[in-house]
Design a protein around this ligand. Structure first.
Ligand code: C2O
Ligand code: CU
Ligand code: CU
Length: 488
């Protein structure tokens, strides 16, 4: 059993004198100090990988049955060096689920890892017993069956580990994958399809000289890598035709926010957010994408002559973190796809529909009990599985207001991507102003910057029961920046 982050802090291991702590020999290194840089890797050399789509083991008229085994695997991420990862079916990213709205999916997850795990379908409308509550652990050697009714409109969801206190480490080791819901409305649109509909999972990582992963939570404030992986490949190149592509971009990093832009200056055409397609496409020069957020963009490479190279940049990244991947326009192809002027009708939730407003303040709180001496709290409290902090009624529309606390210079400038399970919400405003047009769609995660108040509105629908809301900076989440709500 690997010690929990909170246990390590109380022992004074993190941020203390012991700089390097090997975990379950040679899997990875846990370090409190700023670690050495990763081995140097050439950029834009390795081809982009696209995770395989998982096939059901059997299907009935209403239901598809899948089986997944979580296990350790040795893979080559850096050229010529072995890396041990934890993967769904030994893969990172895990295999992609592509499912139909309204068809039930049953997934049997078997855990061959040395640690207890939990699977959460992020963004899904899932009954509480299958939502992946952090304490519903699958023990090593055990298995659990999750049932997903898939009532969600077509959207790019994802699945990832959610084990209590260990979510950051488990995700860092590789436990994440795409879960794409499709429906007739999406089918009917002339958007790029098939091989031209490509999921991109962005993650930053750090590696030791021998290729093993280095997990450096830096006093549990943030894990920052110095290598950008796209679908598990460092700074890949992707050979494209001179036509349109649909990219489903997910920021699967533990703590790193990206600001996406094309190096050519071509604007990005945003067609969707966390919860599916926007009512209409939106052009934007750049997109801020916090942890767990998704954005769907269409890029038209017919704007470039064959032979062109277009870098997807991260305008928030310094040095080599400023680049993500490169598109090499290598061939001529016909293109019958289009971005229509209207995409998907969307119900706008209005303030007048809300029956109440709740307020949540995210912030560090000083404590003498940990090193560094801060606790991550919501409304002044750390997570307690037995405490319910909100009881919305099924069917009610509520407004939730989020802001960050500033505490005596202790991480007062920290941003928190807030994620609510079960529901999709709309952003009402940021400091009273309308959100960026590309944020106007259905969301399940919203970045709350340290100096901004954000209001979201949502209808509680789907299921009654206990769910969680938490910060999706996984280091904050593992430090108990999480709260229960119960739909009653
Ligand atoms: Cu993506 Cu509660 O998680
Ligand atoms: Cu979630
Ligand atoms: Cu946070």
């Amino acid at each position: 059993m690997i010690l929990s982050r909170r246990a390590l802090l109380k022992l004074g291991v993190l941020g203390g004198a012991l700089a390097l702590m090997p975990l379950a020999p040679s899997i990875a290194t846990y370090t409190a100090d700023r670690p050495a840089p990763s081995p140097r890797i050439p950029r834009f050399v390795l081809p982009l990988a696209v995770p395989p789509v998982l096939r059901p083991v059997r299907s009935t008229a209403t239901t598809d049955y899948y089986e997944v085994t979580q296990r350790e695997a040795r893979v080559e991420i850096l050229p010529g060096l072995p890396t041990t990862i934890w993967g769904y079916n030994g893969l990172s990213p895990g295999p992609t689920f592509r499912v139909r709205r309204g068809r039930k999916v049953v997934v049997k997850q078997t855990n061959l890892l040395p640690d207890g795990v939990v699977v959460h379908q992020h963004g899904g409308v899932t009954p509480p017993e299958s939502d992946g509550y952090p304490l519903d652990l699958i023990p090593p050697g055990g298995s659990r069956t999750y049932v997903y009714p898939n009532e969600h409109r077509a959207a790019t969801l994802w699945y990832h580990d959610h084990a209590m206190d260990q979510t950051g480490f488990h995700n860092y080791m590789g436990l994440a994958g795409f879960y794409i819901v499709e429906d007739e409305i999406d089918d009917r649109l002339p958007l790029p399809k098939g091989a031209y509909d490509v999921p991109l999972l962005l993650q930053d990582r750090r590696f030791a000289a021998d290729g093993s992963l280095v997990f450096a939570p830096l006093g549990h404030i943030a894990v920052d890598g110095d290598v950008v992986l796209v679908n598990g490949v460092p700074w890949p190149r992707f050979e494209v035709a001179n036509r349109k592509y649909r990219f489903r971009v997910l920021n699967g990093s533990n703590s790193t926010i990206f600001r996406l832009a094309l190096g050519s200056g071509q604007p990005l055409t945003v067609i969707g957010t966390d919860g599916g397609l926007l009512p209409a496409p939106v052009q934007t020069p750049e997109i801020r994408l916090a942890m767990a957020e998704r954005v769907e963009v269409v890029v038209d490479f017919s704007a470039y002559p064959i032979g062109s190279r277009v870098v997807l940049e991260n305008r928030d990244g310094e040095g080599q973190l400023g680049q993500i991947m490169r598109f090499d326009v290598v061939r001529q192809e016909a293109d019958d796809s289009e971005v229509p002027e209207t995409l998907r009708p969307t119900e706008r939730l209005s303030e007048a529909m809300a029956v109440r407003t709740r307020e949540f303040v995210f912030g560090p709180r000083p404590t003498l009990d940990a090193n560094p001496p801060v606790e991550f709290v919501i409304n002044g409290q750390t997570f307690d599985p037995n405490r319910i902090d909100a009881r919305p009624r099924l069917g009610d529309v509520e407004i939730w207001r989020f802001r960050c606390a500033t505490a005596l210079g202790l991480g007062g400038r920290m941003d928190h991507p807030v994620h609510i399970h079960l529901v999709s919400f709309q952003i009402l405003d940021r400091d009273g102003a309308k959100p960026a047009p590309y944020e106007a769609g259905w969301k399940d995660t919203v970045l709350v910057p340290f100096d901004q108040e954000v209001r979201v509105i949502m209808r509680f629908q789907g299921y009654r029961g206990k769910y969680i809301m938490h910060c999706h900076n996984l280091e904050h989440e593992d430090m108990a920046m999480m709260t229960n709500f119960e739909v009653v």
